[in-house]
Write a protein of this length. Structure first.
Length: 105
């Protein structure tokens, strides 16, 4: 079993992600992503089209969801992009995880 984890910086709300069964549309290496057991989603409140605070209240850069990766499938919304599917998830609240991981702001 792999111990690798995907880190994803997203504007989408938990309700949208759960309704879709995962998170998309990502440019990634599918073979690598499929070896990951978990995906940690971090909040991007600054992205164009980010939902209002009442739909996505988590602070910018914070981890808000951990999903167990069940598959990585082609995105239905954009060509040459991928959707990371979850079969289980947990809501979390870890402040400053994205920025603390050394990501460019």
């Amino acid at each position: 079993m792999s111990d690798q984890t995907l880190a994803i910086f997203t504007k989408k709300s938990i309700s949208t992600i759960l309704k879709d069964g995962g998170t998309s549309s990502w440019v990634l290496d599918r073979a690598h992503a499929r070896r990951c057991v978990y995906a940690v989603l971090c909040r991007n409140t600054r992205a164009e089209g980010a939902p209002p605070k009442d739909e996505a209240p988590e602070p910018h850069d914070s981890a808000f969801l951990v999903g167990r990766v069940s598959d990585v499938v082609p995105s239905t919304s954009k060509e040459d992009r991928w959707k990371v599917m979850f079969d289980e998830y947990a809501e979390v609240s870890i402040p400053n995880l994205w920025g603390g991981a050394g990501a460019t702001r």
